[in-house]
Design a protein around this ligand. Structure first.
Ligand SMILES: [Zn+2]
Length: 279
């Protein structure tokens, strides 16, 4: 999985200034922050930490976090350059979160919804058992409370440190979404840069409406892996949101500054969309 490389490249470093990884411009952090982490020079939509994403999305003060008791475990005692348990501890200290997913309920322009947001700053937003469980429980909560659900992805894919258990999360989240859908639920997937691997290949791609942020890398294997495997040049813009919209893989692209308004509009359309899909 490619999250290690992506993380280094895409994460904005601390301090007063950051270098935009897309255009190379030095951007004043306060300006970047005021611009919702979109580069003022090239409009690249940088990856947003989960907490910040919730602030950007939910009505102020409306988010209620759920499932905070779920703690990751190093079941396989996995060691690569260092023990997985150490990596987890470091990621928890760095982000202040227990895992790479924050989940709960909120309102958006007054509309109640359940949401789960992946945090790329926590081990590349990779999906292990806790991330998968939080996503599945968010969907179950939405089902119980008759809410629409919003799943926001930024992920390098399945978390290899958890082996087959991480892969199982793909089936689990999809099965939960299917049951929710059958019961009349309405889900939106927001795919942000980067959404890859087992997350793209599971819950992020099977919601009712798939929204991408501009320029987001969305794919299964990364472009370099594919290029090296097939030994052919890839088409221009391959695996970017715009390319996927053109091919019909996602439904729309929404700029971050318009996102709240657009998500609210989609949520208001939900009963109509459901009726059309069922017709
Ligand atoms: Zn830029």
């Amino acid at each position: 999985m490619a999250w290690g490389r992506l993380r280094k490249k895409k994460e904005m470093p601390g301090g007063l200034w950051s270098k935009c990884s897309a255009c190379g411009t030095m951007v004043y952090n306060k300006e970047l922050e005021a611009n919702l982490l979109v580069c003022p020079e090239c409009s690249f939509h940088h990856t947003v930490p989960a907490r910040r994403r919730i602030e950007m999305t939910a009505d102020p003060g409306s988010f209620v976090e759920h499932f905070t008791d779920l703690q990751p475990r190093d079941r396989l005692h996995f060691v690569d350059q260092e023990p997985y348990s150490e990596k987890l501890k470091r990621a928890q200290q760095k982000t202040g979160n227990t895992e790479a997913c924050l989940a709960g309920t909120c309102t958006l322009e007054g509309i109640p919804l359940a949401l789960a947001v992946l945090d790329f700053s926590f081990m590349g937003g990779s999906m292990g058992e806790v991330v998968g469980e939080k996503v599945a429980r968010t969907v179950e909560l939405a089902l119980e409370e008759n809410l629409p659900v919003l799943l926001v992805s930024a992920s390098g894919g399945a978390r290899m440190h958890e082996g087959a258990i991480s892969l199982m999360q793909m089936a689990k989240t999809c099965a939960t979404l299917h049951a929710y859908r059958e019961a009349g639920g309405f889900s939106i997937s927001l795919m942000t840069n980067p959404t890859t691997g087992g997350v793209t290949a599971s819950f992020a791609s099977v919601c009712d409406i798939l929204v991408g942020e501009p320029g987001a890398l969305i794919g299964f294997a990364g472009p370099r892996v594919i290029q090296n495997t097939i030994r052919q040049d890839l088409p221009e813009g391959f695996q970017r949101a715009e390319f996927l919209l053109e091919k019909g893989q996602i439904d729309r692209i929404v700029e971050r500054k318009a996102l709240r308004e657009e998500l609210a509009r989609i949520l208001r359309y939900a009963p109509m969309v459901r009726a059309l899909q069922d017709a």
